[in-house]
Design a protein around this ligand. Structure first.
Ligand SMILES: Cc1cc2nc3c(=O)[nH]c(=O)nc-3n(C[C@H](O)[C@H](O)[C@H](O)COP(=O)(O)OP(=O)(O)OC[C@H]3O[C@@H](n4cnc5c(N)ncnc54)[C@H](O)[C@@H]3O)c2cc1C
Length: 466
């Protein structure tokens, strides 16, 4: 097989940004993508937008979003668990992404309304993540990048932090996988996190992980990450840190994407398998709270939660992809979702009795709250008393994991002994933990992948040239 200047593992946004940057820097580049062509692009396929700093609106982005404000937002959600130098670099260079991505054929559209209103801070891809990816693939192939689909990296030949070659398996999902070695002068790891590796998640979460649903690609099983850690690359981030939201319990195990998210929690109560409430459903606006509910549900018995709402609320949120369970009485509803009808009736009677009169307004922090109830419901608390009643079952939906490899400003991997590899680079989810120690800011996954993908590609090409 032909040798390359730059070998890239992965076929999502980070890999493509790296490939384009390296090819434009004069390097010969190949991408090794574990998925078949029809499923190429990992979690990037599911994305809608990218958070970018900018000093003024541009007709699509509605207003300024200075780097300082972006940084404040990041510090708030991560509670300071971030590498500040890398975070600042990412946010500063995010200012270039509109032009960089546009130059690769990516087109943007105004933000749609809806629950997460991000029109000022986030650039939405026209046609979504899949369209964005298609544009990047066309540009990469036009620039001479070779793409091997259905081929996964299964071994890395690294000596003292110096990359020599990779072992890959083509047609690995057939009975006759073909193993071969690809030699390259540098390596970019852009193979995602390990969110689709239930065994690895179990090490971090215990048996609860068996009940997690994976919102994105089944191909992000962390194989490349494991090979790198085994080769003494320094780890960053904790194994149980991830982005997780509550999704419809009927979503498929993998690749359910964004449509399985449910936005009805603030309008009702959420009960666990024992028929008890466990968290303040009205603590804050849903865009500020949706990302904590994956973890909250993960901590409940059997990793399940049930949202109960009544006829007053059914039209207040984005329609669900699967219809809710419905019944004319709470007891009948409870029976349909396998909860004890008497307990549900008592829990909701206690909730209804604790609701103070107020002026319901779901667009503000209204004064509809409970009193003397544990846990409280701080806003949008109205008695659940008007049939028909509706229930949605929630499960934790893992978006992506944060633990990855430590990198420096050049996207070069840092080794366990603190030395920096000359020719190992990383971008995207596999190094997102450098910036996201915990928490999440909508759209920053793509920011990290695009900025570091670009840096990794440029630096890999520069290394090869020199
Ligand atoms: C439902 C959903 C919605 C999201 N929405 C957004 C959003 O709107 N905005 C945002 O910023 N972020 C969003 N994210 C997060 C975002 O998808 C990721 O942060 C981003 O796509 C990561 O890009 P990446 O290139 O690092 O990984 P990916 O796009 O996941 O690509 C990883 C690639 O590596 C390949 N691979 C894995 N193992 C191997 C191996 N051994 N050998 C070869 N290839 C391998 C996979 O097949 C895959 O192509 C969303 C995620 C999900 C699941």
């Amino acid at each position: 097989m032909k040798d390359y200047d730059v070998l890239i593992a992965g076929g999502g946004n980070a890999a493509l940004c790296a490939a384009i940057a390296a090819a434009k820097g004069g390097a010969s580049v190949c991408i090794v993508e574990a998925a078949p062509k029809a499923w190429r692009g990992g979690n990037t396929r599911h994305t809608r937008n990218c958070r970018i700093a900018h000093d003024e609106g541009n007709g699509i982005l509605t207003g300024p979003y200075p780097v300082d404000e972006f940084m404040d937002d990041l510090m708030r959600v991560t509670k300071g668990v971030t590498d500040e130098e890398l975070a600042e670099l990412t946010l500063e260079r995010s200012k270039e992404l509109w032009d960089f991505l546009s130059a690769q054929g990516v087109r943007f559209q105004p933000s749609l309304g809806g629950t997460l209103s991000l029109g000022r801070t986030n650039a939405f891809f026209l046609g979504g993540g899949r369209s964005m990816l298609n544009a990047l693939y066309i540009t990469a192939e036009d620039a001479g990048v070779d793409v091997f689909y259905d081929t996964r990296v299964v071994g890395l030949n690294i000596e003292n932090g110096f990359f020599l070659s990779a072992d890959v398996e083509a047609d690995w999902q057939t009975d006759a996988p073909q193993r071969r070695e690809i030699q390259a002068r540098s390596f970019v790891a852009a193979a995602g996190g390990f969110e689709a590796n239930i065994e690895w998640l179990t090490e971090a979460w215990g048996p609860a992980a068996e009940n997690f649903l994976i919102r994105g690609t089944p191909y992000n099983t962390g194989g490349v990450l494991k090979l790198l850690l085994d080769a003494d690359v320094q780890r960053t981030g904790e194994p149980d840190q991830c982005h997780a939201v509550a999704v419809d319990g009927r979503a498929p195990k993998f690749d359910g994407g964004i449509v399985t998210r449910l936005d009805c929690v603030p309008f009702g109560v959420v009960l666990n398998a024992e028929g008890k409430r466990f968290y303040d459903e009205g603590e804050d606006f849903w865009p500020k709270r949706y990302a904590i509910w994956g973890r909250l549900v993960a901590a409940q018995p059997d990793q399940v939660g049930h949202v109960i709402i009544d006829a007053k609320s059914i039209d207040l949120f984005m329609p669900s992809v699967f219809p809710p369970e419905t019944a004319d009485t709470l007891e009948d509803l409870a029976a349909k979702i396998d909860l004890d009808p008497q307990t549900v009736k008592e829990t909701i009677a206690a909730f209804n009795a604790a609701c103070l009169p107020g002026s319901f307004d779901h667009t503000v922090h209204d004064d509809c709250r409970t009193e003397g109830l544990e846990p409280p419901k701080s806003h949008w608390a109205r008695p659940i008393d008007t049939g028909p009643y509706y229930a949605y079952t929630l499960r934790p939906g893992i978006t992506f994991t944060y633990m990855g490899v430590k990198v420096n400003r050049d996207a070069r991997m840092v080794m366990a002994d603190g030395s920096v590899s000359p020719n190992l680079f990383a971008a995207g989810e596999i190094m997102a933990g450098n910036i996201l120690g915990q928490g999440y800011l909508a759209g920053i996954g793509m920011t990290i992948g695009s900025v570091f993908g670009r840096i990794a590609g440029e630096e890999a090409a520069r290394y090869v040239r020199n």
